[in-house]
Design a protein around this ligand. Structure first.
Ligand SMILES: Cc1ncc(C[n+]2csc(CCOP(=O)(O)OP(=O)(O)O)c2C)c(N)n1
Ligand SMILES: [Mg+2]
Length: 780
């Protein structure tokens, strides 16, 4: 086999990997060089008008150059999806550059405006990032959930079932294993019989501040095996293995195995002379060692001692080829942070950057002529033509022309959601209950909308009112799960059997996992080419528990509907640990997420209908509904076009201000009843009553359009000296800005202290958001 032959993945086995090794070794050098140079250029050569340190992580990149070379240029298939550890972004961009997917201009502008991003970003980068990373721990965990999403789609859509299943692959920094969310994800994956997932751990035993625990690999190994993963450890490279076979080799191997991480790192930094001194001092008198070491000059000894598995292309290819086809696999790849660079092994190398002299020495070592630093092939031993042919045949590249980023047809959403008519009853109803009923009614239809909705919840399916939907649409499991209680005729309102037709994914309590699951399901149209409309429910206060993962899902432009209920003090007897306060501000502050807090069922139905469209629009996003368990008397009204429009624009007059109005009450959500009661008392003064369904939409519109905005137009009904009283069951800042729209004097009522147990009326009074407080805010 010629060194340029690239066997197809199906032909890969331990004997088939020898072919591409020589070429991959050349490419590895180029990847190391380009990532080092990219960072050097950004920091030392590019204009830097702002004067701030640009940064970049040459050592973190060098650590994975071989692993990512082997992955992208050999093992990866077009259907695979990858999350690359954040600090290896330059390696990723360099690889895409060599594959023709990245421009030189973007590389030259690494970390600059419009250039390649510091951490791989599927929304900001243009070179085919599958899964964004940046907040350590989230990228790897995301691969667990994209794999689960793939399994769901394979059982629900013919197109994904017909595609070859992709492996969801994470290139993981070893310090990422300190993040608790990684273990939450492993547990959830285990429960769902995770498949087609690889985590390749760059085990360089260094994090940001220093050297990590010596025993980490044992913990990693045990934990992964315990959750059903295959574990493959790549400890030594081929050269070290060959040395172990020589006289004295076993002693050398024992010494390495016992060597503490920090000593190994320090000697790696110091080089061959120091390895020799240390080895001679420790084991020099043992049989064969002196002769063994004498066979290597200082450079050769450094090369030998740093020939760990994660830097040895052959070892990596063998490991990749050795694992069962669809198993979840953890590769623990021993590496050296900064491998091949002068900062290799130094404990402070995380943000270290080579000096200009060091970069130039590296350039010369790699035979790259001056002026050819960006050349994809300069300095490589293989002929450029041969390399080009090789790159053109890389399996991962094959689908590039057709695009790995897929798209899917829109799901049609009816003009009125099923069952909406029934909700104009005038009876008492909470928004949480209304949500359950709307979904239940949708579940009863034979429609695309019903088929494409998938719900998920972290152990609060019943208490967030998803039960009706689940009874009709079932729980998802690849293999059938019986409902033992039902089979034994134990009465229960809830059906709890599961099979592969189910449309609800039941999660354990970890809220972080909910957001990762929503993040993955909400990207299914782009990752897998079939669209889902994911809805996730949780208690509103526990958004904060998974906030980073929510932000992460939005940063990737994932599309989902987050239904958070119950919320606020209105959950009265449950007490302060369950009463959310700051979530309205999260809803306003989170890009990629449009938040609503309706008061009535008909508002909710309109918002959900809009939400399903918004989740599919090119310029759309995710949707957050803050709902409540407080039942309110529903207004008897028909949904006129104007009302519908205004609900979606964020506000409407429930009671228009009179001619001599002294002002308006502006309320949101569950406080509709208190606000209406206060309004009734103040009616003689012509006070208006403004319902705000979305402070988020309203505020964004005002910041964008000022006097022409929806709220500015509504408030133009008031005289300039009118007073506003804003009130919500949450932080007052969510509405207090309304005073700035037209300069009205404003009192902002709301909750900015922890809640507690009590009756809802008592609590509203105690926290100053009841009708009396609203009324007195006008008179004080
Ligand atoms: C959630 C989060 N906390 C902190 C950081 C800052 N940070 C960036 S890299 C890093 C250590 C990374 O070490 P490791 O994962 O071992 O990667 P390496 O650089 O060794 O390849 C830290 C703490 C971050 N990016 N995300
Ligand atoms: Mg590390």
């Amino acid at each position: 086999m010629s060194p340029l032959d690239n066997p197809s993945p199906s032909a890969v086995g331990p004997d088939a990997v020898a072919g591409p090794v020589a070429v991959l070794r050349e490419l590895e050098k180029k990847v190391l060089w380009l990532s080092t140079w990219m960072i050097h250029h950004a920091n030392e050569l590019r204009e830097n008008p702002g004067g701030l340190k640009v940064g970049g992580h040459q050592a973190s990149c060098a650590s994975v150059s071989a692993l990512m070379t082997a992955l992208y240029f050999h093992a990866l298939r077009p259907e695979d999806r990858v999350a690359v550890k954040p600090h290896a972004s330059p390696v990723f961009h360099a690889i895409q550059y060599l594959l023709g997917n990245q421009t030189l201009d973007k590389l030259r502008n690494f970390r600059a405006f419009g250039g390649a991003q510091s951490y791989p970003s599927r929304t900001k980068d243009t070179d085919d990032v599958d899964i964004s990373t940046g907040s350590v721990g989230l990228g790897p965990a995301m691969t667990v959930f994209t794999s689960m999403a793939q399994d769901y789609l394979r059982r629900h859509t013919a197109t994904v079932a017909a595609q070859a299943p992709g492996r969801m692959i994470a290139v993981v920094g070893d310090a990422e294993m300190d993040e608790g969310n990684m273990y939450e994800a492993l547990l959830e994956g285990w429960k769902h019989d995770l498949r087609n997932c690889w985590w390749i751990i760059d085990y360089n035993r260094q994090s940001l501040d220093g050297v990590v625990s010596d025993r980490m690999f044992r913990w990693i190994d045990r934990t992964f095996r315990g959750t059903g993963w295959t574990v493959v450890t790549l400890k030594y490279g081929k050269r070290l293995m060959a040395a172990f076979a020589k006289p004295g080799g076993r002693t050398l191997k024992r010494w390495i195995n016992k060597c503490p991480n920090d000593l190994f790192s320090a000697l790696t930094f110091q080089g061959g002379k120091y390895w020799r001194e240390q080895l001679m001092a420790d084991i020099g008198t043992e049989d064969g060692i002196a002769e063994l070491l004498a066979g290597y000059d200082d450079e050769g000894l450094q090369d030998l001692m740093t020939n760990l598995g994660g830097h040895c292309i052959e070892t990596i290819l063998e490991a990749f080829a050795s694992v069962p086809e669809d198993a979840p696999v953890c590769f623990i790849a021993y590496t050296i942070k900064g491998h091949g660079l002068p900062l290799a092994g130094h404990k402070d190398n995380h943000a270290g950057i080579l000096t200009a002299e060091q970069v130039d020495t590296l350039r010369q070592r790699l035979n790259i002529p001056e002026g050819c630093q960006w050349d994809p092939f300069a300095g490589l031993a293989a002929e450029a033509d041969g390399l080009k042919d090789f790159l053109a045949q890389v399996p991962f590249k094959k689908e590039n022309g057709r695009g790995r980023r897929k798209s899917a047809a829109l799901i049609s959403v009816p003009d009125t959601l099923p069952g909406t008519e029934d909700k104009k009853t005038g009876a008492s109803l909470s928004t949480q209950e209304a949500f359950g009923r709307i979904l239940y009614d949708i579940a009863g239809t034979d429609s695309d909308l019903a088929r494409r909705i998938v719900t998920t919840s972290p152990d609060v399916t019943q208490s967030t009112n998803l039960g009706g939907w689940v009874n009709r649409r079932g729980i998802f499991a690849r293999d059938k799960v019986a409902d033992t209680f039902r089979d034994h005729h134990v009465p229960s309102v809830q059906k709890w059997a599961a099979d592969d037709a189910g449309q609800h994914i039941e999660l354990g309590i970890a809220e972080n996992n909910l957001f990762l699951m929503l993040g993955a399901l909400g990207l299914s149209h782009e990752l897998f080419g079939e669209r889902l409309l994911p809805i996730g429910t949780l208690y509103d206060p526990f958004i904060e528990r998974g906030l980073d993962a929510l932000n992460y899902a939005c940063y990737q432009d994932s599309r989902f509907m987050l239904v958070a209920t119950p919320s606020g003090l209105s959950l009265a007897p449950e007490g302060g640990a369950h009463q959310s306060i700051a979530t309205p501000l999260i809803g306003m502050g989170q890009p990629g997420l449009t938040s609503f807090e309706p008061a009535f069922a008909d508002e909710l139905a309109e918002i959900m209908r809009w939400g399903f469209d918004h989740m599919q629009a090119d310029d759309g996003g995710a949707v957050y509904l803050r709902l409540s368990t407080l039942a309110l008397a529903q207004p008897k009204r028909t949904m006129a076009a104007k009302l519908r429009k205004e609900i979606l624009a964020g506000a409407y007059w429930r009671e228009k201000p009179g001619k001599k109005s002294k002002g308006a009450i502006i309320y949101t959500g569950a406080l509709a009843g208190e606000a209406a009661a206060a309004h009734a008392s103040l009616a003689d003064d012509g006070i208006g009553l403004l319902a705000v369904t979305s402070a988020d939409t309203l505020c964004r519109d005002w910041r964008g359009r000022g006097e022409k905005s929806h709220l500015a137009r509504l408030l133009s009904d008031l005289s300039p000296d009118a007073r506003l009283v804003t009130v919500l069951d949450g932080h007052p800042a969510a509405l207090s800005w309304a005073g700035s729209v037209a300069g009205h004097r404003t009192r902002a009522l709301g909750v900015d202290q922890f809640g507690q147990c009590g009756d809802v009326k008592e609590l509203y009074r105690a926290y100053g958001i009841d009708a009396a407080a609203i009324e007195s805010a006008f008179t004080r």
